[in-house]
Ligand binder design. Structure first.
Ligand code: TK8
Length: 337
C-alpha cells in the first residue's frame, strides 16, 4: 500500500516538474532579429512590424528581440530576399509579387480580378493553398510564415483620371518587378516600367514615370499625394505581403523559438489586417484632403480590363503556371460557396 502511494506521489511530482519546466525554462537564446521592410515606420507595415517585435519580446521574456528596419534601409524586397537566403539577415516582410524570381508560382496572386473581397483572400491565403505555395520557398532558402494584407491595388498618375481603359494609353506606369504586372499593364495600353519600390517616390518626383499602382494605405503613408494628382479606384489586384525568415538561420533555432516566432507571426497577421482595413477606410478622404482627385472606375470598365488582361493569364499558364492557376481558381470557387 505504502509503495503504491509513494509511486503515485512520485509520478505526480514528476509531471508537475515537467509542466513547470516547459512553461518557465523554454529554450530561448538571447537573439536579435534584423527585420527589414520597405515602407515607412509610420505605415501599416511599420506598425505591424512594431507589434510583432513587442509580441515576440513578451513571449520570450525579452530574450528574442526583433529590430525593425523600415524604408528599405536594408535594401529592396529582392535584395532582402537574397540577404535572407545567404543568412546575412534574419527576417523581412514584402510583396509576394517580388518573389517570382525565386518561386515562379507566386505570380499567380498577381493576375487581376481574382479575389472579390478581403474575406476571400484571407480564406485562401491562410488555408491549404497559401500554405502549400509558401512551403515551396523552403528549398530555396526561405521560410514563409504568414501573409499580411498589402491590399487591393489602385492607380495614380499625373496625366489624367483613368475612367476607362483608353485613359491608360501611353501612361508611363511603374510596376513591381514581375512579368505578370508588366504584361497586364502593357496589354491595358500603358507603358509598364518595372522598378523596386525603394526607387518609386524619386521616379515619380523626377517624372521618370507618370504613375504607379498600390493600395490607398501605401499611397498615403508613402506621401505619393505630393507627386501624384489622380487616384483611380480599380482594385485590379489583391496584393499580399508575406513574412519571411532566412532558412539558414531558422534551422539553427530551438523548437521553442520556432514555435513563438510562429505565434507572434500569427498575432501580427491578425493585428495587421485589422489595422490595414481601418486605415484603408479613412485613406481616400485623407488623400482627397491632400488634393488628389479621386474617381471610382465603373464595373463595366473593369470588365473590359479583365477581358484585356486575358493574354497575361494565358502567358502565365503557358509558362508553367497552368496548374497553380487552376488550383487557386478552384480554391476561390470553394470559398465562394
Ligand atoms: C514594399 C513593396 C510594396 C509593393 C510595391 O517593399 O512594390 O509596390 O506594393 O508594398 O513590397
Amino acid at each position: 500500500k505504502y509503495l503504491v502511494k509513494s509511486l503515485v506521489m512520485a509520478l505526480a511530482a514528476a509531471s508537475l516538474a515537467s509542466a513547470a519546466g516547459s512553461a518557465v525554462a523554454a529554450d530561448f537564446k538571447p537573439r536579435i532579429i534584423r527585420f527589414g521592410y520597405g515602407l515607412s515606420e509610420d505605415s501599416n507595415q511599420g506598425r505591424a512590424v512594431k507589434f510583432f517585435a513587442e509580441d515576440l519580446a513578451k513571449r520570450t521574456g525579452n530574450k528574442v528581440k526583433a529590430k525593425g528596419f523600415g524604408n528599405a534601409s536594408l535594401g529592396s524586397d529582392i535584395q532582402m530576399q537574397n540577404a535572407l537566403i545567404g543568412g546575412a539577415q534574419e527576417m523581412m516582410v514584402g510583396s509576394t509579387a517580388t518573389l517570382v524570381g525565386i518561386v515562379k508560382d507566386f505570380g499567380v496572386y498577381d493576375l487581376p480580378f481574382l479575389f472579390n473581397n478581403e474575406a476571400e483572400a484571407d480564406a485562401v491565403l491562410d488555408g491549404p493553398f497559401g500554405q502549400k505555395l509558401a512551403a515551396k520557398l523552403q528549398e530555396k532558402g526561405l521560410v514563409g510564415l504568414v501573409y499580411w494584407e498589402n491590399g487591393f491595388r489602385n492607380l495614380t498618375n499625373t496625366k489624367r483620371p483613368v475612367a476607362k481603359l483608353e485613359d491608360m494609353q501611353g501612361v508611363k506606369l511603374r510596376v513591381m518587378q514581375n512579368p505578370v504586372y508588366i504584361d497586364m499593364f502593357n496589354s491595358f495600353g500603358a507603358n509598364a516600367v518595372p522598378l523596386p519600390f525603394s526607387e518609386l517616390f524619386t521616379a515619380l518626383e523626377t517624372k521618370t514615370v507618370d504613375g504607379q499602382e498600390n493600395p490607398v494605405t501605401t499611397i498615403e503613408s508613402s506621401k505619393f499625394y505630393e507627386v501624384q494628382k489622380y487616384l483611380s479606384i480599380t482594385k485590379h489586384v489583391y496584393s499580399p505581403w508575406i513574412i519571411l525568415a532566412s532558412k539558414k538561420w531558422w534551422d539553427g533555432l530551438s523548437a521553442d523559438e520556432k514555435r513563438v516566432l510562429q505565434e507572434s507571426a500569427v498575432a501580427s497577421r491578425d493585428f495587421e489586417r485589422k489595422d490595414t482595413r481601418a486605415a484603408a477606410g479613412k485613406a481616400i478622404d485623407t488623400l482627397k484632403g491632400k488634393g488628389m482627385q479621386v474617381n471610382v472606375v465603373a464595373d463595366a470598365e473593369l470588365a473590359r480590363m479583365r477581358e484585356k488582361a486575358k493574354p497575361a493569364f494565358d502567358k502565365f499558364a503557358a509558362d508553367g503556371g497552368a496548374e497553380v492557376l487552376k488550383e487557386l481558381q478552384g480554391e476561390i470557387a470553394k470559398v465562394r460557396k
